[in-house]
Design a binder for this molecule. Structure first.
Ligand code: MN
Ligand code: MN
Length: 472
């Protein structure tokens, strides 16, 4: 016997037409599109594993774009229509752009701006010490982390050391299967009674985030700090450095595990550093795949996690300079170019987690697998510090997404007055460029192991393609 399908009532039909309903992208996608989602995630995982710091993400990006025929741009270079260029800022941020055939003054630049730094633990400048015949590295954490999450997990060390003679040595230990790893120790529960009474911010304090790096003494019984000496001797043989060279180093401690599928059905990707490579990778790949006639640019910047400061953060003039260089190259009025430009600030948002439902207001929360998520505004209580995109611009982007059947959703971070967060959107909006936030919802954001949905990742890519393409 076959089931008879009930026809929709008049009210139900009207509801379909009038209600806003988020759609699960896995459910919406055809079989072939679902396959595309899973295939796309494979490339993303490779990108994640190849770049665990902004320096490495920058490097892997350059490799990817050079393979597609992009060449390096320097200030002052003459540009022509059809040029495919990348611009590197101090090895830590990169802009990839393609010159379209539209008039710059009336069409502007179509910009997608993401960041490639992620919360982690940096080494102090004088990090090495020995205690109780163990050798450790002292650290200063980078970005907003829950410190207790970084203990008792395998860690890798990535970064660069500049020696006194100016040579730069790159270091990456802990990623290859034969590499050793490092770790930050925690207290055993048997002696943790007092510790466990502490508020979680004090469970592990910043000065306890010390990384275990050695235990074999140097073979000379007359030496004090013989374990430290042995570690330095290894570093000296491998990298030509001595202890003073740490002064001019940037060494980052990051989780040592690779990106992996999560779930029996492999719906998710678990990895370190989704925030914000889960937007950087689609910004980049959509630009490479785009056949847009606009001048398009993907920005992969640094320092977002500590306030977009410094010469590689979004507040640095260099990104504005680059856009101005493009304008100048075509004799365009830069004020007009900025006014005509459009930007997606591509950053992650919090995915609704039913285990922590109380901090979300579900009607306005980002639901996992319902597509990439627009935040009209970010900030905290009272929309403080948010650039708050206009209804007109949100409308423009909505229409563009609808034309390309992008499955996406609108949300805000959590309940009003419960917390908040910002992105680089406001720094771009300040340039008189209409900007709105769009990015993938993340579970366990800023943890050593974050989780995203493959549906949301692919939706992000499709949304970016639509954004690079649409005509106003
Ligand atoms: Mn972010
Ligand atoms: Mn972040």
């Amino acid at each position: 016997m076959s089931e008879t399908k009930k026809e929709k009532t008049e009210g139900q039909l009207k509801q379909d037409k009038l209600f806003y309903k988020k759609k699960n992208y896995f459910e919406e996608a055809s079989e072939s599109e679902r396959k595309e989602m899973f295939d796309y995630a494979e490339g993303y995982k490779t990108f994640l594993d190849a770049g665990k710091t902004e320096r490495e993400s920058c490097e892997v990006t350059i490799k990817m774009v050079e393979e597609k025929g992009y060449t390096e741009y320097h200030f002052g270079d003459k540009l022509s229509v059809g040029d495919k260029k990348y611009f590197v800022n101090r090895g830590k941020s990169v802009a990839i752009f393609k010159i379209g055939n539209k008039d710059l003054e009336s069409d502007g630049i179509r910009l997608i701006a993401s960041h490639i730094d992620a919360p982690r633990i940096d080494l102090k400048q004088v990090p090495l010490y020995e205690d109780s015949k163990m050798c450790f590295l002292k650290t200063h954490y980078y970005g907003g982390i829950k410190k207790y999450q970084w203990t008792a997990i395998p860690l890798a060390i990535h970064g660069s050391v500049v020696l006194l003679d100016g040579t730069k040595v790159d270091i990456s230990v802990g990623e290859n299967p034969n590499d050793p790893v490092f770790c930050i120790n925690d207290l055993l529960p048997h002696l943790g009674r007092e510790q466990m009474q502490q508020p979680s911010t004090k469970l592990i304090e910043a000065e306890q985030l010390n990384v275990l790096v050695g235990g074999v003494p140097y073979a000379d019984k007359d030496v004090k700090d013989s374990v430290k000496l042995n570690v330095l001797n290894i570093l000296n043989q491998k990298y030509g450095m001595n202890e003073e060279d740490f002064l001019s180093s940037e060494l980052c401690v990051v989780p040592a595990f690779p990106a992996k599928d999560v779930g029996f059905d492999r719906a998710y990707v678990g990895a370190y550093g989704h925030d914000d490579r889960v937007c950087a990778y689609p910004a980049l790949t959509a630009l490479l795949d785009s056949e847009s006639e606009h001048t398009v640019m993907a920005l992969l910047v640094d320092k977002e996690e500590i306030g977009s400061e410094g010469t590689t953060g979004m507040q640095c003039k260099i990104y504005e300079d680059l856009m101005e260089e493009i304008a100048v190259s075509f004799g365009a009025n830069f004020r007009k170019v900025r006014h005509a430009s459009r930007c997606l600030s591509a950053d992650v948002t919090a995915g609704f987690d039913p285990s922590f439902a109380s901090v979300y207001e579900k009607t306005n929360a980002a639901i996992i697998s319902c597509g990439t998520c627009m935040n009209k505004f970010t900030g905290s209580g009272g929309k403080s510090s948010s650039s708050d995109a206009s209804a007109e611009f949100v409308g423009e982007v909505r229409t563009a997404f609808a034309k390309e059947n992008v499955v996406w959703q609108m949300a805000e971070l959590g309940k009003v007055d419960i917390g908040g967060g910002g992105t680089i959107a406001k720094y771009i909006a300040k340039l008189n460029i209409d900007t709105v936030d769009l990015g993938v919802p993340v579970l366990s954001m800023h943890a050593p192991y974050e989780v995203i949905s493959k549906a949301d990742l692919y939706s992000n890519y499709k949304a970016f393609l639509a954004f690079y393409k649409y005509d106003r």
